[in-house]
Design a binder for this molecule. Structure first.
Ligand SMILES: Cc1cc2nc3c(=O)[nH]c(=O)nc-3n(C[C@H](O)[C@H](O)[C@H](O)COP(=O)(O)O)c2cc1C
Length: 157
């Protein structure tokens, strides 16, 4: 049987909201990626810090996951876009854990500039099948993509 796990990182909780919606609809297990050191300061300073981290390829330490990835065949991977790519916490996750042989289904929340996020996930997830990715736009904390589009995508998971 194809066992699915939702793994996500979320800073301002948009990705969390989507992850929980997917969880509710599919009944899959769910796991949040958390950095050891939380991002602090106002939003704009985190945006600046994020730029430095993305530009330098910095991978923040993350807390151990609450699940064993070996138990799953498919990873539904959620990330916000940070400077046109996946977030540094997800970079850590992807470099730390061996996902080879698994199917990866990315869901990517963003403010309208997704950049090369999905291509970058495909590039780094070697020996996996990355498919069915979805780009979910938000205006601050309001989802712009129609709910029905997201629901149609969830049904196909
Ligand atoms: C450090 C940082 C960088 C961001 N860079 C982008 C970007 O390049 N393109 C974009 O569309 N949105 C960007 N955003 C906005 C987030 O991708 C968007 O608000 C996302 O839904 C946040 O998800 P979260 O609430 O799960 O953290 C950035 C936000 C932060 C904090």
């Amino acid at each position: 049987m194809d066992k699915k796990l939702i793994v996500y990182y979320s800073y301002t909780n948009n990705t969390k909201k989507v992850a929980e919606k997917i969880q509710k609809a599919t009944g899959s297990d769910i796991c949040r990626i958390e950095t050891v050191k939380p991002y602090t300061g106002d939003y704009n300073s985190v945006v600046d810090q994020g730029k430095q981290e993305v530009d330098s390829g910095y991978k923040p330490a993350i807390k151990p996951l609450s699940v064993n990835l070996e138990d799953y065949d498919t990873i539904i991977l959620g990330t916000p876009v940070w400077w046109y790519t996946y977030s540094p916490a997800v970079a850590t996750f992807l470099s730390k854990y061996d996902l080879s042989g698994k199917k990866i289904i990315p869901f990517v929340t963003n403010g309208g500039w997704i950049g090369h996020t999905i291509k970058d996930i495909q590039k780094v997830c070697k020996d996996t099948i990355v498919s069915n990715a979805i780009d979910i736009k938000f205006d601050t904390d309001k989802m712009i993509m129609p709910e029905s589009n997201l629901e149609k995508w969830i049904v196909r998971l």
